[in-house]
Design a protein around this ligand. Sequence first.
Ligand code: GLU
Length: 479
Amino acid sequence: MEPKASKSVRVRFAPSPTGPFHLGSARAALFNWIYARQQNGVFVLRIEDTDKERSKKEHEDGILESLRWLGLDWDEGPDVGGEYGPYRQSEREPIYEKYLKELLEAGKAYYCYCTKEELEAQKEAMIAQGLPPKYSGRCRNLESAPTDRKPELIRFKTPEVKVEFKDMIRGSMSFDASLFGDIPIAKDLRSPLYNFAVVIDDELMKITHVIRGEDHLSNTPKQILFGKALGFSEPTFAHLPLILSADRSKLSKRYAETSLIEYEKQGYLPEAMVNFLVLLGWHPKGDREVFKVSELIETFDLKRVQKAGAIWNEEKLSWLNSEHIRSMDTEKLTALLKPFVIEKFPEADEKFLFKVVAVQKDRLRTLKEFADIAGFFFELPAYEWGLLVWNKEPQEKIKESLLATEEAFKNIPDGEFTKEKITDSLASLAEGLGRGVVFWPLRVSLSGQKASPDPVSIAETLGKEESLRRIEKAIKKLP
Ligand code: GLU
């Protein structure tokens, strides 16, 4: 399929399908995607499945599902039923083979016959001599191939040079390639290794900017050397800061290994996740933190991404989620909440659910929480009569208040049971008995709990009949 856009900026997200799709990968995908959208460029998705043992279809599916959930669409790829599929390295082996041959023929790469055990022994010998371990170069200049062994690897003849580049985030970088030794680039002509395949693909896919995690920083000089040896053009690099736990240690396993879909299951909105992930390393000029995706595309600035580690803050995620829930259109939110509600209250009515969502959406941190927090709307929970008592007031007074509230509600004509009418009907009562004595037991009788939206809103949402039923129940509870 032809690409949708063919503008100058071309970025890629290149995950390996070797495990569940984690947050660090999601952030790398997002930064690439935002940059592409902002620059009117192209976002390429490339599945790096050269590791045949560890790559799994289920993980690839997880990547695609997560990207779709986050709304990170890619712009080109093979046609699969009218959609773009991802590029897969496993389908490009003949391409890598061609370039491996080219390097071998030019004498820039060679077959290495050293076994694992021999490499281990070489390494130990170097360490014993106080040298930094690297490949000894034993097979570099073999006159002819040994007849008694098979090649183990293809190695790149690393030149003893300084590799320098300017990273968009980290500034001038310099590496001494003489420390690398001759780098393995393939197991055989059909099995390229990660560092090599990346370089070929980035060139052929005309990638202009390589935006990825800092954990890849040490790969970059190697990739630059391969590119130079093949006469490729060099992309611009931008290495995103590490994600750290609050105490600045490596991100704790609990979060680092939580797959993105887990957050979806917990009821986080993709909008909130995108907002949260982008703040892991980037900050706008002002204090503002809540952004819609369209605003991010406008405001984001790759040059403002920090070098220092980005701190993971679960509370911020939850706060951002509540902010995005609050600003979401109630109808859309209702549709998203429905599955969470149906799971617990299969009978829940859609119209009623919409009303409940409208009252409750300001108090929600996750979608999943909704069924717990707002469950009382669908089913009055059991509660002890003592909860109805406000501030150690005598229970007679509470009963009196509830009876008067019942009376007041009954006097509101059917069909006019609105917040305004309810408030008016309770005004003189609250004045006489005290606000607490009126509203506290009303809150508890309607919700069965201490914390809830204001009781008048609950009453309006429940409607006259159900409110009266719950108040009567409360009155009966009082001894
Ligand atoms: N496949 C690599 C990974 O999943 C990323 C490669 C890259 O971005 O250059 O870590």
